[in-house]
Each structure stands twice: as C-alpha cells, then as structure tokens.
Design a protein around this ligand. Structure first.
Ligand SMILES: [Zn+2]
Length: 268
C-alpha cells in the first residue's frame, strides 16, 4: 500500500468557549486552539487537508478572538516545507467552515474534494452555524466544476487516502484516513477536537447531531491507530510523524494535557 508523509501546518489560532469543542463540559472556560492544515505528500502527489483561515481580522471582529503569527499564513506555512500554492494538486476539505476552507480559492491548480452532503448543507445551515459559512469558497476561477462532490462512504481519493463520513459537527463532515509509515492516521477535522474527545468520550458541542458525533468518534477509532485533530493544542508546528495514538475510552488524560490548555483567550 502506498505510504504518505503528513505534516501539520499551523495557520493561526482561535479563542473559543471550551464547550464548543466538548459536549456538555467546559462551560466556564475559554481555550486557545491552533488551526491546523495537514500537508500530505506521496505517490507523486501533493495534497492539503483543510486550508485554514485567510481573513483573521474579520473573524476576530465578527466571531471569536482569532489571530496569527507572521509565519502562519498559508503561503508562509507551505513555504516552510518547500511548497508553493501552485504545487497543490488536491485539496480535501473535512467540512466547509471558515477555519477549514477560507483559503480554498488560493489553490488555482487544485482539484477539491468535499462531501456532497456538506456542499448542499453549506447553502442552508442550521442557524447556529450560518456565520461559520459566511465566506466564498468559489470565485471566478474556482467554480463548482473544480470540486469533486463525494456521495459515498469509504471513498478512495488515491490508494492509501480514504475518506470516511464523520457527520455530527456538521452535516456532511468527512475525515481522511492516510496510510503512513507509522500505520493508519486519521486526519479527523473537527469530528474530534481534543484528546478528551476520545477518552471522555465527547463529540464537539458545536454540532448538527450529537448522536452522529458520538458515532463518528467510534468510526475514527475503528478506522485508524493514530489521529491528527485539526485543533489539537498538543501538536508541534510542522510535526510530520509521531501523531498521538487514539486514546481509549476511560483512559487517563495524557500527562499535562489539561494544563497545556490556557483557560482564557488572549483578548475578548
Ligand atoms: Zn468546524
């Protein structure tokens, strides 16, 4: 089976209520969360799973505290691993929330892969998610024709790159199971946000279906050994191996896990 190298790229940070990421827990806390994209390379192909935020200032004004360092723009993060925007052949979006898809139109040479359910849902989301879809992921150059809309589960984008449907956080959310030298790695998107998502277990509190969210956590657990969560506070910038093993239900928190999450956003 073809193997791929996966590198986590940091594309800024968000300050959010913890309860948005962990259902029925953390109502009294705000936490700082990194925004990760995953650069996937192998089989002669360069892929990106999620594209992150473009207009940090807009979201900072309109939604949540949102900021980035100089080297956390999509262009700067890709250049750290020697990629240009134009090198990316395939973009897979876990879902179309702004922090996962706002840079889509920067990738002029890419084919995009999104679930058809998510594509349709994004036009008419539930009221609590309307703001999350308030940006353009198509323009005059990137149209629906540039998007492959996937209608089936277990869809192989390439040998060793499989999409699994993981709804709950959004209606058409998908995760990506990648074959790596360390076994199967699931790039989870927002189906799981923190290690406690698995050990508690706890789907995201920001959700279209809590029931589906719980089922999606099990789906991920049964599909891969390791996980890259697109807001995991414990990943290192440009981490390209040793992603965490998926914690067992009821297992103790990782040492220091709770302490590494600041209890306050940097500004309100
Ligand atoms: Zn989301």
């Amino acid at each position: 089976m073809q193997e791929y190298k996966v590198t986590a790229l940091k594309l800024g940070s968000l300050g959010v209520p913890k309860a948005a990421m962990t259902y029925m827990s953390g109502f009294d806390k705000s936490i700082n969360l990194p925004v990760w994209a995953a650069a996937v390379e192998g089989n002669g192909v360069k892929m990106l799973i999620d594209t992150g935020i473009r207009d940090h200032d807009k979201w900072d004004r309109e939604l949540n505290p949102c900021w980035r360092e100089k080297d956390e723009s999509i262009e700067a993060a890709l250049s750290e691993i020697g990629w240009a925007l134009s090198d990316v052949d395939i973009v897979i979006n876990s879902h179309l929330h702004y922090d996962h898809a706002e840079n889509n139109t920067s990738f002029r040479n890419a084919q995009f892969v999104v679930s058809r359910v998510e594509w349709e849902y994004a036009k008419n989301p539930i009221p609590s998610q309307v703001k999350l879809y308030d940006f353009e992921w198509t323009d005059e150059a990137i149209t629906q024709l540039n998007y492959t809309l996937v209608s089936v589960d277990d869809y192989d984008v390439l040998p060793g790159i499989r999409l699994i449907q993981t709804p709950g956080h959004s209606k058409g959310h998908q995760s990506v199971v990648v074959n790596t030298s360390q076994g199967l790695l699931c790039v989870a998107g927002d189906a799981a946000c923190l290690p406690e998502s698995f050990w508690r277990p706890s789907p995201p509190g920001g959700a279209t279906s809590i029931e589906e969210g719980f089922a999606s956590l099990e789906r991920i657990r049964n599909s891969a050994a390791r996980v890259l969560m697109n807001h995991d506070p414990n990943l290192a910038k440009y981490q390209d191996s040793d992603y965490p093993l998926i914690p067992a239900v009821g297992s103790d928190p990782l040492p220091g896990e709770l302490e590494t999450i600041p209890d306050r956003a940097p500004h309100s």
